[in-house]
Design a protein around this ligand. Sequence first.
Ligand SMILES: *Cc1c(COP(=O)(O)O)cnc(C)c1O
Length: 377
Amino acid sequence: MIPYGRQLIDDEDIKCVIDVLQSDWLTTGPKIAEFEKEFAKSVGAKYAVAVSSGTAALHAAMHAIGIKKNDEVIVPAISFAVSANCVVFQGGRPVFADVEADTLLLNPAEVEKKITNNTKAIIAVDYAGQPCDYDKLRDIAKKNNLLLIDDACHALGAVYKNCRVGSIADLNIFSFHPVKHITCGEGGMITTDDSAYAKKMRIFRNHGIATDHHQRQAQGSWYYEMVDLGYNYRITDFQCALGLSQLLKLPDWLVHRREIAAYYDESFSGIEAVTPLTVKNYVEHAYHLYVVKFDTKKMNRDRKDIFHSLREEGIGVNVHYIPIYLHPFYQKTFGTNRGLCPIAEAAYDQIISLPMYNGLSQGDAEKVVKAVKKVAL
Ligand SMILES: *Cc1c(COP(=O)(O)O)cnc(C)c1O
């Protein structure tokens, strides 16, 4: 089975991890600051804060901007659940806005409709690796005094009108899960130009304690203060060593992902029942995912059926994602239901993610195309 996504680890990566395992520091050592510095540089942000997962990164971001009970945060209908869960972690309410039919990106016009006196922030998700319409989203945020957060877990290496993803929103979130562009096993990062947010998140990831053990050692003191309620969201040094090694390969991997996408685009251009998502002419797409819509009406088959046919052909296709508010947790906690975001719901019935990863070979991409043609023609 050709999977939809997977990591690519080489001997250099392994050596970097072993070096740290043989050093004095397994966690909160020098590799963390080094990874943060290189990562911030690569996306063009002033500060980067590394944490244990993308989920921890989103939680830290919601904490940093002070989301609390009764606060509303606007999120897109289609994303991984944690894009909304992070608001709930802080006692806030995620308010779902519909997406654009051809890109599945948060629709700025729908965002405007959902703003109330309780709205504090917008979380944009660069779905599949394509940046959202940030000129419009920033205008809306400014006009309504809202913060703009970019859940950029799909979009490391993407560019919006000459601005690198990671340097666009007030806070920008990344994940280093094995299916993402670069991996630490598990890991996450928040980038920002705001030193106060960065400081708050560094404290949040370490139990809310104001100094770390290096600072205490330098002061020659046992004394520390817990100034805020925090968590253990620390990442280890050997994970950051892996992240640093992977980051060096990102430029080549982005080229590869874009080549595979161009090959898929070209191969599907003549097939009426298969439509890849639209790519705007002012972005450089990072292709975490390659998503197509199947014309289920024309094919007279539902998505589930198409999904199983592709799996039978040995293609490890996937579906990203069930509209978040249709998960039972959201239905029972917030009373959300079908009909809330009709564009997202209609898209959900048609989308399938095809294999897209750093190590995907041209031969395997050809097998994917062949299987899609067999199913769709
Ligand atoms: C992967 C992902 C996350 C969460 O990252 P983890 O590191 O798995 O916690 C959040 N949002 C989106 C859109 C993602 O794809």
